[in-house]
Write a protein that binds this ligand. Structure first.
Ligand code: SAM
Length: 361
């Protein structure tokens, strides 16, 4: 095979792209799609009526127009275009309007992790057609339409247990209806070299029924959060008194924790309202930094005097397995959100390696 033809939906900041780069697997992007967490307010049916009323020739042009009229820019698109080689016509704002039949046979690997809030209604529906309107449906639909050799679907493990397992039963039936062999498992990034306790469900599907795929085994973790920290951190990352007291309060330890060797799952809202992991900095290390001293509250943590700070974007993205040459081009709120929404690159690297070892591609 020459270059791998890759299509992604819910593309985010491109974790699979990074995994392929790391594994030195050359690839072409066939298409990518992300609406940048900007939902069009009306339903699919209302949109279709609006489209018929509009003078637009194609639905894709109409949908692009709808998104362009929103006041919030697509920050995910900005991040994606800054880091990967992709043309405007290969980008789709909204996965629901991608006509996959156009790409039939042109995609080797389709990858996506639908937003988790979308699966809550699937369990109540019967089959693929009945799951229409959920974003999971669009993943399955695009497998059916593009017919990739391999697909990788990622989601929160809660998908397996939601609604007493009814949701997963439905999703499994939908995967079974796609004419693919598939396997699924939950993998934790701390077993794949990244000190983050992030469990995610992975489903790998492949077309060649004579082949078998095996998920990668984890390995012992050899790093801690401290190996991913930057040396000079700007004053704006330091917490004031309220923040210091919040993150060191045992009562909130499920939301905020300080100086953990293995960080908790990074989320879209991490680092805001004191959610996520934080770093204690001894007073000695900042005593000559006027800017930090003006902003930071100096308190006592585990008997030591010092300040507490957030993880920087660079540290957060390192803790998702991204390299330092990844360009962060968006403001801080979307930057942290995009990082927390992503997939840990090293887990995908291990999956990709097994996909090649098992020759299912
Ligand atoms: C859980 S995140 C997945 C991020 C991605 N896996 C990564 O590696 O960065 C879900 C993504 O789906 C996007 N999304 C939500 N609704 C969408 C839609 N209708 N069409 C396209 N993307 C959508 C969100 O903007 C978000 O980036």
């Amino acid at each position: 095979m020459d270059k791998l033809n890759l299509a992604t939906i819910f593309s985010g900041i491109g974790a699979i792209e990074q995994a392929l780069i790391k594994k030195k697997i050359p690839y072409n992007i066939i298409f990518a799609s992300d609406n940048g967490e900007r939902d069009l307010i009306c339903s699919l049916d209302e949109l279709k009526i609006k489209f018929e009323d509009s003078k637009k020739k194609s639905i894709s042009e109409f949908v692009k127009n709808q998104y362009d009229s929103l006041s919030k820019p697509n920050y995910v698109k900005q991040s994606y275009f800054a880091n990967y080689s992709i043309r405007e016509d290969q980008w789709y704002e909204d996965v629901r309007f991608i006509d996959g039949t156009k790409y039939e046979g042109k995609v080797d690997m389709l990858v996506g992790g639908s937003p988790c809030q979308s699966f809550s209604i699937i369990g109540k529906r019967a089959g693929l057609d009945d799951a229409r309107g959920t974003l999971f449906y669009d993943f399955a639909r695009l497998v059916k339409e593009t017919k990739p050799k391999v697909f990788i679907f990622e989601n929160v493990p809660g998908m397996l247990t939601h609604d007493k397992g009814k949701t997963w039963k439905q999703i499994k039936e939908i995967f079974e209806s796609l004419d693919y062999k598939f396997k699924y498992t939950v993998l934790n990034s701390k077993d794949f070299g990244i000190p983050q306790n992030r469990k995610r469900l992975f489903v790998v599907g492949w077309k060649d029924k004579n082949k078998e795929f095996y998920f990668p085994r984890g390995k012992e973790l050899t790093t801690t959060m401290f190996d991913y920290l930057e040396k000079n951190v700007a004053a704006r990352h330091f917490l004031g008194k309220k923040g210091f007291e919040f993150v060191t309060n045992e009562k909130y330890k499920n939301r905020a924790r300080v100086n953990q060797e293995i960080i908790q799952t990074q989320k879209a809202n991490q680092q805001f309202n004191w959610n996520g992991d934080f770093v204690f900095v001894p007073y000695e290390d900042i005593k000559n930094n006027k800017e930090i001293l003006e902003r930071a509250y100096i308190g006592i943590f585990k008997g030591e005097r010092g300040a507490i700070r957030q993880l920087t974007y660079r540290e957060s993205i390192r803790l998702m397995g991204f390299p330092d040459d990844f360009k962060i081009v968006v403001p801080n709120v979307p930057a942290y959100r995009q990082i927390g929404n992503s997939i840990v690159v090293t887990v995908l690297e291990a999956i990709v390696e097994e996909i090649y070892n098992c020759e299912i591609l």
